[in-house]
Design a protein around this ligand. Sequence first.
Ligand code: KG4
Ligand code: ZN
Length: 365
Amino acid sequence: MQNTLLSIESSCDETAVSIIKVKKNAEGQIISLNILAHEVESQMESHAPFGGVVPEVAARDHLAKIYEIANKALQVSRLKKSDLSAIAVTMGPGLIGALMVGVLFARGLAMALNIPLISVNHVDAHLAPALLLKQFSPKDDLRAWHDVDTITYPALALTVSGGHCHLSLLNSPTDRTILGKSLDDACGEAFDKVAKLLGMSYPGGPLIEELAKQAEKSGNINEFTFPNKPANKENRYNFSYSGIKTSVMETIRKETGIKKGKITGKDLSKEKKQGIAYAFQNAALSQLLNRVENALQDYPEIKSVLVAGGVAQNKKFRALFSKLNKPTYFAPPSLCSDNATMIALQAALSENAEGFIQHPFAKYH
Ligand code: KG4
Ligand code: ZN
């Protein structure tokens, strides 16, 4: 059974369209996978002046670009629209105006081609590349995945991005129980906000990582510390980043003598910025690791750990998580941030051997 899927992602600030070809055996297992197109257009530049994503700007940008990007994906894949067997689209969670652009475009395309439309949960989809990586690890680029072996369940999954921070238990690719979530800011969001406090642009994650690396190189790692495991008695698996962020803010106020008003980071020396970035990254990543270790302790039956989402591109994060005492699988860096390939992979994972089933438009908000 072979299907060709076009997928669309527009939940936040990336407009993305991918096309994949999937072969399944009679039991419904994926036996081969080819990524024929992987187009991602980031809106980073539009949002950078604001230090974060502006929902209205995001929706308008998607609207301006989606048609062109879908056409580009078709061109790259060398397929015709009539070769497609189904359309998959992110239904949520996400920014409603941004989602509407992708969903209505996908719906129109599916209707015109008279093919099924598959709605996909964005947070589930972040994990799909990590799940399939074990099965079809990418050789040198994403187009050539080769068979390795299958992942073992139950698995513990950490999805950590700008909009979400979820710890879940997976009994199969499509059976996910959420153990914990962020009670306030998502981890990536905290990276972005701290970067803003240090006078840097959006997205802050890679910039904080770079500053922290410089601090490490020069040995400037002991001046600051931030609380890494805020008291969180009600749940051993929930996350909280607002305390760390406030602590960073108070530290900057103390260092610069600015008691009130906006903090722009311009009165901080390069060394102070590096030291703060290092200590913040340390605190943020230790909290993630702590929650994962709690879950591994409480659920000894867990056989493997999966990690995905924008923050999972961080090299320090990958080094920390590589030391867990369970096999740990990372989404490939190029599939950590929002993209449409993960949406197609999740759609493929959630379908049976008979082909694609049209999902009801479930609420994911
Ligand atoms: O998965 P993603 O592209 O979008 C959401 O679904 O939210 O994640 C974007 C987030 C941003 O907050 C960004 O700052 C963070 O991922 N990020 C990083 C790194 N690269 C991206 N955080 C820490 N270190 C990085 N290297
Ligand atoms: Zn995401």
